[in-house]
Design a protein around this ligand. Sequence first.
Ligand SMILES: Cc1cc2nc3c(=O)[nH]c(=O)nc-3n(C[C@H](O)[C@H](O)[C@H](O)COP(=O)(O)OP(=O)(O)OC[C@H]3O[C@@H](n4cnc5c(N)ncnc54)[C@H](O)[C@@H]3O)c2cc1C
Length: 259
Amino acid sequence: VTETLVLGAATASGFHPLVVASVEHLTDDAVAVTFDVPTHLKDDFNFCAGQSLTLRRVVNGVEHRRTYSICSAAGASPRIGVREIPAGVVSTWLVRHVRPGDRIEVQPPSGSFRANPEQPGRHLCIAAGSGITPILSIAATVLKNPSSHATVVYGNRTTSSVMFADELADLKNAHHARLNLIHVLSREPRDVGLFSGRLDAERLRALFDSVVRVDGIDHVWLCGPLGMLSAAREVLAEFGVPTGNVHSNCSTSTSRHHN
Ligand SMILES: Cc1cc2nc3c(=O)[nH]c(=O)nc-3n(C[C@H](O)[C@H](O)[C@H](O)COP(=O)(O)OP(=O)(O)OC[C@H]3O[C@@H](n4cnc5c(N)ncnc54)[C@H](O)[C@@H]3O)c2cc1C
């Protein structure tokens, strides 16, 4: 496999070669990649919580573009969370081969899934698998407002497949009562039965009936597989949450499906 990275100035379609500042291993099959943004590109790479970056990799003359959500809080260096898809052209490269100092072509942040931290509010975030990536950014950003509260419900198979476990625990420690963090595991029993199983409509109903208060919620942020998104929308409607308060982000029916 020969690889071509176009270096130097901005390339076609607004791609910029950014230096990889760090690669952190989150799980056996997932990493966080942080980019250095040179001073002259700072404005271009300013992002809102929830937005994503499109990367480009050229292999044997064939261009592959993939989008990854930013996991860092607004104002920090852009950092993406990537889970490897077996034989995936871009995710496998990012998880197994990319190293600090490498250059990757990246487009400025984009996407309408984004939170405004200025307004105080009550936020409910529901994520599964790598869907936590933009949710981590949103939760960390909105909680900077001392009047805001967030609940994060995060579904995974097992403890070892939880991306950003440490960052989420740190966020909880930093905000205590303003952050309600609930891990739900589908293939590992938890002490509380409610937190064991898939994030389907039945479980969401049970959560909203008990530990997650949805009345008066200002914004709901959903990121995960299509099935989880539609179950959440259905149950939120049953509980009277206005549709306009519900925002969702989904790549494909499978690409964030890790339950
Ligand atoms: C808005 C948006 C945000 C995204 N954010 C993230 C993110 O934060 N983190 C993240 O890890 N990914 C994210 N993705 C998905 C990402 O863009 C890629 O689709 C993913 O990394 C796979 O690309 P690849 O080149 O590795 O695989 P490809 O080379 O495209 O696929 C390899 C093979 O695997 C199949 N395949 C692709 N996806 C899956 C899957 N999930 N399960 C099983 N088979 C599959 C393909 O059909 C193909 O046969 C996001 C996508 C979108 C649209």
